[in-house]
Design a protein around this ligand. Structure first.
Ligand code: UDP
Length: 329
């Protein structure tokens, strides 16, 4: 199938592009390279540099490349920034995808896969988080994604759009074959920050809060390998054959790991000592988030190939060791 991947040069998008190719599909990438990296995409893959909100460009790409399905990754994802600058987030994460959907429907493209987030749940009342639990986001980032999920539902009912929305927990790790990796600027995610502290690229890692009601006092998160996430997207494609499919899946391993466990595992994998500081809680961090992914496992036959933190961190460590300056080296 010919698949347009918006944000295909970004972290999760680029991993999905590789999995699409491996599964025999033809990915086509649209990316404005604000956060994406051209180097993350093979020169054999059709690449369009441009913005999601550029309806004329999107129409041209959909027609020329005979696109049948759109996988949408192009989004802003800095929670703190979304609080400070909500309009930027609602514009990029909601208004522009609405333009994309209108353009798609105008071109007869009716299949869509959304990169959504566990942030749509906010602070859960129960754990693990199951798909049909209440969604009460606590920041504009999560709200913008939830709003887009709702737009998809209404568009499916009204116009026959078929979609799958994946709520990722903590995407982590890098390509199993070492070909591509994770390179954010600024980097805010725990695993790359801890690795950079181990390598001496940062003075230390600060633990945001050590007084949470968790076994070691630090936050628990569900780290899930980016290639496992990507494979779920591919597995969803055949389920979108009929009109008005409305599919929601939580994607995580179901295993919560603390900030301290992440630090210890980086030390184990790298053989290096991580300098650690203890700091205050980061506003808006729920103490514990982990997924129940039974639905994806049953309906999509999604099989997690990296169930453990060590396997995930090993792929990340291998990438950072070989690319200490990210894609610029
Ligand atoms: N975290 C931390 N220090 C850092 C960055 C993150 O202690 O420098 C913690 C953060 O409070 C959260 C966990 O690590 O509990 C994962 O944070 P990340 O930003 O990677 O992902 P999030 O869960 O916010 O999506």
């Amino acid at each position: 199938m010919n698949v347009l991947v918006t944000g295909g040069a970004g972290y999760i998008g680029s991993h999905c592009v590789r999995q699409l190719t491996a599964a025999g599909h033809q990915p086509v990438v649209l990316d404005n390279l604000v956060f994406g990296h051209r180097e993350a995409i093979s020169s054999k893959i059709p690449f369009y540099e441009g913005d999601l909100g550029d309806a004329a460009l999107v129409k041209k790409v959909l027609d020329r490349e005979k696109i049948e399905l759109v996988m949408h990754f192009a989004a802003f994802a800095y929670v703190g920034e979304s609080v400070d600058n909500p309009l930027k987030y609602y514009e990029n994460n909601l208004a522009k995808p609405i333009t994309l959907l209108k353009t798609m429907l105008g071109c007869g493209v009716t299949k869509f896969i959304l990169s959504s987030t566990c942030s749509t749940f906010g602070i859960p009342s129960k754990l693990p988080i199951v798909e049909d639990m209440p969604q009460n986001p606590i920041n504009p980032y999560g709200q913008s994604k939830l709003d887009l999920e709702n737009v998809l539902k209404a568009t499916a009912s009204a116009h026959g759009l078929s979609f799958a929305a994946f709520r990722y927990f903590n995407a982590a790790g890098t390509a199993e074959d070492g070909s591509i990796g994770e390179d954010h600027d600024p980097e805010t995610h725990l695993i790359p920050l801890v690795i950079e502290a181990a390598m001496g690229k940062r003075d230390s890692i600060t633990i945001f809060g050590n007084d949470y009601p968790t076994p070691d006092g630090t936050c628990l998160r569900d780290y899930v390998h980016v290639d496992d996430l990507s494979r779920a997207h591919i597995a969803a494609i055949p389920h979108l054959a009929e009109p008005d499919q409305q599919l929601f899946y939580n994607l995580g391993t179901g295993q919560p790991h603390s900030v301290r466990e992440v630090i210890e595992t980086v030390e184990k994998v790298s053989g290096l000592k991580v300098p650690v500081k203890e700091g205050p809680r980061r506003p808006g961090d729920p103490p514990s988030l982990y997924a129940d992914s039974t639905k994806a496992q049953k309906e999509l036959n999604w099989q997690i190939q990296h169930p453990g933190l060590e396997s995930i961190i090993t792929t990340a460590w291998n990438w950072h060791k070989r690319h200490p300056n990210g894609y610029s080296q």
